[in-house]
Ligand binder design. Structure first.
Ligand SMILES: [Zn+2]
Length: 386
């Protein structure tokens, strides 16, 4: 905080940290006038509990809080974000400063389906670690085709899921005993991810693994997934959380929800098929909101959408000199045509830039103009001013 941090970012979903610990650490953040972001404990059937916990942390610490990217996962979480918006509104009515942010994409994360079969540990360790050891899409597809190595992969996968489930149950019990907070149970893995892109089976997009097996007339869903991956030559991408558009719209349209991308921008994608696919949200969030939700659906006015991307975010984070076009403010300006602005990124082609934005000015310097980067790098690290 002494060096200008804006506050604390906490990830209760990843750590099973106790809420009391957050409140204690936030005492320091309050002294400096900062905020906190909570990557909530659950975005599934216990979303209401996770929101209640975030509100409780904000209330007891006296630090304004953000419920990070509120959504509900297929199917058990669908409809919950609408309830979450009501909970937050009630807390705000009672004077607790708590808000939410949201991005407009149906899948929260994407992965190459092959990564399921890379053995051992958490996703990032498995895939990143093995890339250094020479893991390739072609090699993985060959291993899937060959029946002895396939049997081995299948066995290893089952064993690691079992171990993960046990560990999760152990942590759930501890958390409940200590804080009476309910964390989600581990669900059978075949019911969670859905196909986000398949090169040769477009009819499977949006289906989970058991639905994929049904569609292909197979009993064994792992076998069905194997077939799709082989047919696709490795170009099968999974969306690991499928959210509902009505839920996203309910969250987006609240006056206190900010827009975010939950991602950095990637301007050049790895070669296809990508073993670690890039999420399209980094390239196209603003264009998706202003094109699809504002122009096509009329979910809110253009002015309101722009406010939620700019001044609302700046004001919540106490960035006093940004977010508005006014004398004395820093000139961070995007010039776009609201009639043509359009997102072009997809799960298959996540790095395609949006069209309809002609110029981007950062700190008064033109950085992007008519389809090209000017070479200016005028961005600066932002710090909380006391
Ligand atoms: Zn997240």
């Amino acid at each position: 905080m002494e060096d200008g941090a804006f506050g604390l970012s906490i990830s209760l979903s990843a750590n099973n940290v106790y809420p009391e610990e957050c409140i204690e650490v936030l005492e320091v953040v309050r002294e400096y006038g900062g905020v906190f972001h909570n990557h909530m404990r659950s975005l599934f059937y216990t979303l209401r509990d996770a929101v209640r916990e975030t509100i409780m942390i904000a209330e007891r610490s006296g630090v304004p809080g953000v419920c990070s990217h509120v959504y509900g996962r297929k199917y058990e979480g669908w409809g919950k974000p609408v309830e979450a918006m009501r909970q937050i509104q009630e807390a705000r009515n009672l004077g607790v400063e708590v808000v939410a942010d949201v991005y407009p994409w149906p899948f929260a994360a994407c992965a190459n389906a092959l990564s399921l079969f890379v053995g051992g540990g958490a996703y990032d360790e498995r895939v990143h670690g093995r890339l250094e050891e020479g893991l390739t899409v072609e090699g993985m597809v060959r291993d899937l085709e060959e029946s002895t190595s396939w049997m081995g992969m299948k066995e290893e996968l089952m064993a690691s899921w079992e171990a993960e489930n046990e560990e999760n149950e152990r942590r759930r019990r501890l958390l409940w005993e200590r804080s009476r907070v309910e964390a989600p149970r581990t669900r059978p893995v075949e019911t969670t991810p859905v196909i986000a892109h398949s090169k040769t089976h477009p009819e499977l997009v949006g289906l989970n693994f058991t639905e994929v097996a049904e569609t292909l007339g197979m009993d064994d869903w792992l076998g069905a997934l194997r077939r799709v991956i082989i047919d696709d030559g490795g170009a099968t991408y999974l969306g690991t959380t499928m959210t509902h558009e009505e839920d996203r719209k309910a969250v987006m349209s609240r006056p206190w929800t900010m827009f975010e991308s939950d991602s950095s921008m990637v301007d050049r994608c790895p070669p296809q098929p990508m073993i670690k696919p890039v999420h399209p949200r980094g390239s196209a969030c603003a264009a998706m909101i202003l094109g699809r939700h504002v122009r096509e659906q009329g979910l809110m006015t253009l002015e309101e959408a722009v406010r939620k991307m700019t001044s609302l975010t700046a004001q919540f984070h106490r960035i006093g000199d940004r977010g508005l076009i006014r004398e004395g403010m820093k000139a961070d300006i995007a010039v776009f045509d609201p009639k043509t602005l359009k997102s072009n990124a997809s799960y298959a082609e996540p790095c395609r830039w949006a069209t309809g934005i002609s110029t981007v000015i950062v700190n008064g310097q033109v950085e992007y103009d008519e389809g090209r980067h000017t070479g200016q790098l005028a961005g600066k690290v932002l710090r909380l001013k006391r």
